[in-house]
Design a protein around this ligand. Structure first.
Ligand code: ZN
Length: 319
């Protein structure tokens, strides 16, 4: 676990040992699966098995796990943790909503309850959040890569579940992560620039963000995205922290950028309004319900909080 400049938010730290040196050791994986002290998290599609109250992950012993693709997640407290991607009765890889997944047998059989990671993000204990974001990311990738991108044949899960291999041409495929930048923009007067995204409700303002282009550094992506979305030039870009965001496969890289120009010209497509705020102006706008800000679930809230210098004012438009 490492420290960075931002206040806390979900998925910020990977708290389990990912056992990377054991992933290719088939004997290790088999032995850990055979250990009744190991624990398994069942996924239905990308939804996670949860306790009846929906507040925690439902970890079960390997012996109770339903059939499905098996992924080694890692270890904590001397226990090895796996995920199982439950199959439907027709072994469909796409439609999961109607699958009833049961654990145990006979009278002891019970149906599992499932919930998406987004719903659980602020409920889970830190270690479970660490496993949950890992499991969701892997499940999302496996679900979306049933076929080889080279020849189109079916792919098969390999070993501990950290890759797939094409049964026809033998190409190995590894999970991908898409880097995205997310940034506050601050001018010489200490004001912050926030934008209104077309997809959000009226009054909702947040950081600007966008994907890193192929062959581009994150710092250059910050400068490009800010100019494309609001017409402002930036000359200094400081990295502050990151957040895995597996919806479906992003890694949000958080920055503060210094503006070298202040005239705003929104793109009108993604960003339909943008404003400079002093701290007093932002507090007054939020407290009067004129402006809503992102929740603390995402790094966006942490970046704005970092600029603001203390907890953000009460957010009545929060979604
Ligand atoms: Zn192939």
């Amino acid at each position: 676990m490492t420290e960075d400049a931002l206040a806390d938010f979900p998925f910020r730290h990977s708290l389990h040992d990912r056992l990377g040196n054991h992933r290719s050791d088939a004997d290790f994986v088999v032995a850990r699966w055979a250990d009744p002290g190991s624990r398994v998290l069942v996924l239905r599609g990308t939804d996670l098995a949860v306790t009846d109250d929906g507040a925690r992950l439902a970890w079960i012993p390997p012996g109770q796990a339903p059939p499905g693709e098996r992924l080694l997640l890692g270890g904590t407290g001397g226990s090895t943790h796996f995920a199982v991607l439950a199959r439907g009765h027709d072994e469909s890889r796409v439609e999961f909503d109607d699958i009833e997944v049961s654990v145990g047998t006979g009278d002891a059989s019970r149906a599992l309850h499932f919930a998406p990671l987004r719903q659980l993000a602020q409920l889970l204990p830190d270690v479970d959040a660490s496993y949950a974001v890992h499991a969701t990311s892997l499940a999302m990738w496996h679900q979306r890569h049933p076929r080889c991108s080279i020849c189109g044949a079916n792919t098969e899960l390999v070993g501990a579940g950290d890759s797939r291999r094409c049964a026809e041409c033998g190409t190995s495929h590894f999970p991908r992560t898409d880097p995205a930048v997310i940034m506050t923009v601050v001018d010489d007067a200490g004001r912050v620039l926030l934008g209104h995204n077309v997809a959000r409700e009226d009054g909702w303002y947040s950081t600007l963000a966008g994907f890193v282009d192929p062959g581009e550094t994150p710092e250059d992506a910050v400068a490009r995205e800010v100019f494309e979305e609001v017409g402002v030039r930036v000359d200094r870009v400081t990295y502050l922290g990151s957040q895995p965001w597996p919806f479906p496969s992003s890694l949000m890289l958080g920055f503060e950028a210094h503006a070298s120009s202040i005239a705003i010209e929104v793109d009108g497509l993604e960003i339909t309004a943008a404003r400079w705020f002093t701290r007093d102006e932002l507090r007054a706008a939020v407290e009067s319900s004129e402006v809503g800000l992102p929740t603390t679930v995402s790094i966006a809230g942490a970046l704005i909080t970092h600029w603001y210098g203390e907890d953000l004012p009460t957010n009545v438009l929060q979604t």
